[in-house]
Design a binder for this molecule. Sequence first.
Ligand SMILES: C[S@@+](CC[C@H](N)C(=O)[O-])C[C@H]1O[C@@H](n2cnc3c(N)ncnc32)[C@H](O)[C@@H]1O
Length: 114
Amino acid sequence: MGPTKRRARFARHILDADLPMPARYLEVGSFEGDSLAFVHALLKGRVRVTAIDPFENYDELPGIEMSTVERRFLANVKAIGAEVRVLSLKTKEDGVTDGTRTRNSQNHNLGLYH
Ligand SMILES: C[S@@+](CC[C@H](N)C(=O)[O-])C[C@H]1O[C@@H](n2cnc3c(N)ncnc32)[C@H](O)[C@@H]1O
């Protein structure tokens, strides 16, 4: 299944779920926030997001500076006016995210909800 069909199916699942509004959306691995922006637009902004991402450089995305990605993510979230609580959690060697915050993580709460 290509990315367009996958995204269409993702949208259908969300819309068919008949979620109470504002919906709550937990996203693990947000990168620059593309999926988050998609869900936000799909639900016409009636969504509260918790985004978890360590924003640490890692092997699967070689050559990508994740501190830059994190800045773009925050700028994108701000640009769309989404209500997002961001947890920048450190990953352990096995790739599992634990509850430790990264060195410079302020668990960015973009001022919108707790
Ligand atoms: C391929 S990107 C995801 C794409 C993103 N959903 C989008 O809309 O563009 C993978 C993301 O997962 C994050 N990630 C990697 N390991 C993770 C972990 N153990 N827990 C949470 N996020 C993780 C990376 O930092 C990266 O931002």
